[in-house]
Design a protein around this ligand. Sequence first.
Ligand SMILES: *[C@@H]1O[C@H](CO)[C@@H](O)[C@H](O)[C@H]1NC(C)=O
Length: 499
Amino acid sequence: MAAAASSSRCRSHGFLRLLAAAAVLAAFGFARAAGSSGDESVLLNVQSLLPGRSCATPQENKPSGARSARMQVVHQHGPCSPLADAHGKPPSHAEILAADQNRVDAIQRRVAATASKLKKRAAPVQPGPKKNPAGIQPGHSSSSSAPLLPVSSGRALGTGNYVVTLGLGTPASKYTVVFDTGSDTTWVQCRPCVVKCYKQKDPLFDPAKSSTYANVSCSDSACDDLDESGCTGGHCLYAVQYGDGSYTVGFFARDTLTIAHDAIKGFQFGCGEKNDGLFGKTAGLLGLGRGKTSLTVQAQYRYGGAFAYCFPALSSGTTGYLDFGPGASPANARVTPMLTDNGPTFYFVGLTGIRVGGKQLSIPETVFSTGGTIVDSGTVITRLPKTAYAALSSEFTAGMAARGFKKAPAYSILDTCYDFTGISEATLPTVSLVFKGGACLDVDESGILYAISQAQVCLAFASIGDDESTGILGNTQQKTYGVVYDLGKKTVGFAPGAC
Ligand SMILES: *[C@@H]1O[C@H](CO)[C@@H](O)[C@H](O)[C@H]1NC(C)=O
């Protein structure tokens, strides 16, 4: 039994958890013992899925190895967030899930646009003169920006994300920002906020107060690295628009970035003078994509293009981290190739299969390979191709029915829900994601379900709507794993029990 059980999951200590789950099952008099094929369980403390009210005891985060720079990662809306007391009301589940869908739609559009651009690259294109896209002038009236900045309602990018605190300028001031593997350009809101700044908790970054600040000139090659750039008075302008209508526009600049105790001199970032959208009360965003303007690429000389993060199991957890450098990688990470044929920015990997309760679902591999899969720090709920999600949902439903759980109505994008009223501990079927090259992720018990309330706890996966769009591995399913990105080795790895 031991051999069968542990071989059908990813990690070796799965068996120990299995014993615990089996003991609970036995205590409740369930006839079906865990460990028989297709019936592996994990034990979930239901309360742990509900929002915590107070921050866990702060804990020092020790880097796993030498030569790394580690920052603490906390949930933006959790009780440990430096922004916590700046929030009026945290976003509702409906808002979080709607924003998540906005983000997913934006990622799909970006992937499609990149694919068509890559196709066109077969034919040579004449490089045109640098133009000023409409709306990119930070000093101009916003009316010209209408075509560039589609308006949409609802909270956006800022929801459901994790934040870190970094230093910028000399002397360094601290800024709490969202970090995002799904975009490249880092930016903060800047004085004098010529057009518009949303409300943030930290004081605005003031270029005049930093002795190391410099504007990037239009003739600088760094200006060409931007997806959207412009030029005014010889100064390079940047613009980033997020799929939900959020945007930031301003001067492209250089200054010293401080992460943990490391100073990255001449770091290029956006000094935003026209910003709107729903970034919570953060000061801006740290871009960790694969594109040229990202911190990953800019600091590659120093960290080799390697970083890792871990999202804690609880929204009140203090053990999360974002770590740069070769020392960032936990020793037990299992890696899968980083697929780089789909253009810059996103981290594509090859998801090849799904196991539920230890049983491999029968899903043709082409279902996964057609649109591919992105690992994303900012998407909350994992999106799967329609056929894959249907198979997962159906097997999970059967596993939950066998364990005697009562179904609950669907909620927003989540359609496989349970009523856990009166239940404090639940034994769930395990869910494992299998990747090219043998990497595998046994979703932690904190990442299988998303709790709307105790009476409505849902499988934290959703369909992408078809079998052609790109799947996304979201941050709920990444919880407690050290997720390791290495641009040098071109790998993405998953290390269990990292925080
Ligand atoms: C950067 O450019 C802005 C706009 O032209 C200007 O106000 C500011 O003084 C410049 N800063 C530096 C350090 O050159």
